[in-house]
Ligand binder design. Structure first.
Ligand SMILES: *Cc1c(COP(=O)(O)O)cnc(C)c1O
Length: 394
């Protein structure tokens, strides 16, 4: 039984739902659900897309009466539509939209794990999540245990914990985990399992269906999909956890604003289609990299659009990064445009070099976010940049 059951000291309030969405629950497939997110949520106008309600204050019909909306930090109609869509996509009881992916990680940690409790997290998490948990550990706020791989995770969970945080696949090493198995281990240790599902999205994996208590993600990446909105998402299976998150987010305020909520809803409408093309392109790019003499290792889990690979010693990494034309050397992922990242100097620069080395994140590892361009153009671009890098190093 998870430890939160007896943690009555953690405050909770009811979660607000947008009425017109919550009542309507047909058994749709994920493509239908996605293309319809936010559709027909305004009964007064029949608007096909979700209106952006910018109002921060809402009038009360009378004393102790409310339309359901009081103040924007607590709830806004636009964010509610998004949150209900998130909950539904992941099959959860409640969804939350935060101002960034890191705000989602912070909310989950601080609302669901009591100060001083033990957290078990993967050592090869996204660099920002690792840095945040490292800070909490150094400050003595939590007893954080970093583990690498399933064996270390299993050993760590022989000792009770409050929260387990994993990614599958991990960023950027692409290690995948059996969520059902990890959930069993976590629950046996009295811990909640939170899965950062940024890379797979609900199109490829719905962690709650595999026993996870919390699915979270950086909406900045695939959900938004266009590199134009910073957001985070959280979905919980148990409504009591939703009440704790609602209390905390209303108290601390890292909520998603109405315009960003609209952008995320708009991006999500094409998520299924985009994921299909990201994956088809990634398979072609991975096959090309496997065949290249300038590449020594390719890490691709076979789904979604993220690939990591090691450049051979005969390629000048700086020249390679300056030579790409279809790919852009930049620090994000999940958008329609292809990006290439050098984790050791960008996303994972704050992970100590010896830790990075231990889990195989070398200085020659590059991470690709494969976009939705013409696959042949992506392969041609990588080929010419590898050749340019090799010529420069010769
Ligand atoms: C980017 C990312 C985050 C952080 O999200 P932000 O929106 O940048 O705050 C968390 N987890 C993973 C796996 C990420 O890729």
């Amino acid at each position: 039984m998870p430890a939160y059951d007896d943690r009555s000291d953690i405050r909770a309030v009811p979660v607000h739902h947008h009425p017109s969405w919550a009542e309507d629950t047909p058994e749709w497939g994920i493509e239908t659900l996605l293309s319809h997110v936010g559709t027909l949520t305004d009964p007064t106008t029949g608007a096909i897309t979700t209106p952006i309600h910018l109002s921060t204050a809402f009038g009360h019909p009378g004393l102790r009466q409310s339309t359901g909306y009081d103040y924007a930090r607590t709830a806004t109609p636009t964010r509610d539509v998004l949150q209900d869509a998130l909950a539904r996509l992941d099959g959860g009881a409640a969804g939350f939209a935060t101002s960034s992916g890191m705000a989602a990680v912070q909310l989950v940690v601080e609302a669901l794990a009591q100060h001083g409790s033990r957290i078990v997290a993967l050592e090869d998490l996204y660099g920002g999540s690792f840095r945040y948990l490292q800070v909490l550990k150094e400050e003595g706020a939590y007893d954080v245990d970093f583990v690498f791989g399933e064996d270390e995770l299993r050993t760590a969970l022989q000792t009770p914990a409050a929260l387990v945080l994993i990614e599958t696949p991990t960023n950027p090493m692409m290690a995948t985990f059996d969520v059902d198995a990890v959930a069993e281990l976590a629950h046996a240790a009295g811990a909640l399992l939170a899965v950062d599902n940024t890379f797979y999205t609900p199109v490829n994996l719905r962690p709650l269906e595999h026993g996870a208590d919390v699915a979270l993600s950086s909406g900045t990446k695939y959900l938004g999909g266009h590199n134009d909105v910073s957001a985070g998402t959280i979905v919980v299976a148990d409504p009591r956890l939703g009440e704790r998150l609602q209390y905390r987010i209303n108290t601390t305020g890292a909520t998603l604003d109405p315009f960003s909520s609209f952008l995320l809803l708009r991006g999500m409408k094409t998520l299924a289609l985009r994921m299909e093309k990201h994956e088809a392109n990634a398979k072609e790019v991975a096959a090309f990299l496997e065949s290249s003499e300038h590449v020594t290792r390719v890490l691709y889990p076979g789904r979604s659009g993220m690939i990591s690979f090691d450049l051979a010693q005969d390629v000048d990494i700086a020249v390679f990064l300056e030579s790409v034309r279809v790919f852009t050397f930049a620090e994000s992922l999940g958008g329609v445009e292809s990006l290439v990242t050098c984790p050791s100097v960008q996303t994972h620069a704050d992970v100590p070099p010896e830790t990075r080395e231990k889990y195989g994140l070398t200085d020659r590892l590059l991470r690709l976010s494969v976009g939705i361009e013409t696959a042949a153009d992506l392969v041609t671009d990588l080929r010419q940049a590898l050749e340019a890098g090799a010529a420069a190093a010769a």
